[in-house]
Write a protein that binds this ligand. Structure first.
Ligand SMILES: *Cc1c(COP(=O)(O)O)cnc(C)c1O
Length: 245
């Protein structure tokens, strides 16, 4: 179950190779696809080992976990990226500790983050999480609200909107999964035509990243394939099952 340093190094080399292969398959430059390691549920020791491999950005889906890990890893210069559902009342910790939020999905949250970031005197990158699947309990902005939402975000100086993020449907049918990724890319392309600068598409995880690469992902959020299986995969995998963050 638990991943040691040698295993971590092997996993990292292997996933980078698989990503590069998928890029070649899709006719894309591997340098155009980043991997965001998702360290949720794993402790500071393993993250420190990942830092030893040259990794500096880590995705977490709970504010509490960032809080718990930031202190013992304060010497590592880590950029913590929030990728999970975010309650408005956690905005203060996020403004203090996160370098980026990929799960911005409502105006009330943008408002709260902006207020706290102003107090901290900081600005952060944000991605808008869009709901591209029909699963009722997944978080994310309804796609039809995206144009208005992006216009509204222009008023927050502390939030640099850099792109879109999505979780694909949990399906064994590749066409359905790919349809989610395609929808996100189409939404981005349309928004760019409306004058928004949105270079980043965060989509694809351990189980579906080749499809995301084929549809234009600029960033994959990879947990299991790097760090191994989580002790509580379900409670941390699906945002609706997390009762705190
Ligand atoms: C856990 C998580 C991931 C990574 O999932 P894996 O299947 O372990 O690669 C990606 N995105 C989000 C939002 C997550 O919560």
């Amino acid at each position: 179950m638990s991943t040691d340093t040698a295993e971590l190094a092997a996993n990292w080399a292997q996933i980078r190779r698989r990503v590069d292969d998928a890029c070649h398959e899709a006719g894309r430059d591997p340098a155009s696809v980043n991997i965001l390691p998702v360290s949720k549920t794993f402790g500071p020791e393993l993250i420190r080992a990942a830092v030893g491999l040259g990794l500096r950005r880590f995705g977490e889906n709970k504010v509490q976990e960032i809080r718990d890990k930031a202190e013992p890893l304060a010497d590592c210069g880590i950029d913590w990226v929030m990728i999970g559902h975010l309650q408005t009342n956690k905005a203060r910790d996020v403004a203090r500790l996160a370098s980026e939020v990929q799960s911005l999905d409502r105006l009330e949250l943008a408002e709260a983050l902006d207020r706290r970031l102003q107090q901290e005197g900081r600005a952060i990158d944000v991605l808008v999480q869009v709901k591209t699947s029909h699963e009722p309990s997944k978080y994310g902005l309804p796609p039809e609200q995206l144009p208005t939402f992006l216009d509204s975000l222009r008023r927050y100086d502390t939030l640099r909107t850099r792109g879109l993020m999505t979780l694909a449907t949990h399906s064994s049918e590749p066409a359905e999964v790919r349809g989610c990724f395609r929808m996100l890319r189409d939404l981005r392309d349309r928004a760019v035509m409306q004058g928004h600068d949105l270079p980043r598409l965060s989509m694809g995880m351990s189980g579906d990243f080749p499809l995301a690469i084929a549809e234009g992902a600029s960033e994959l959020r990879i947990g299991t394939a790097i760090f191994g299986n989580r002790a509580y995969p379900d409670s941390h995998y699906w945002p609706e099952a997390t009762n705190e963050s």
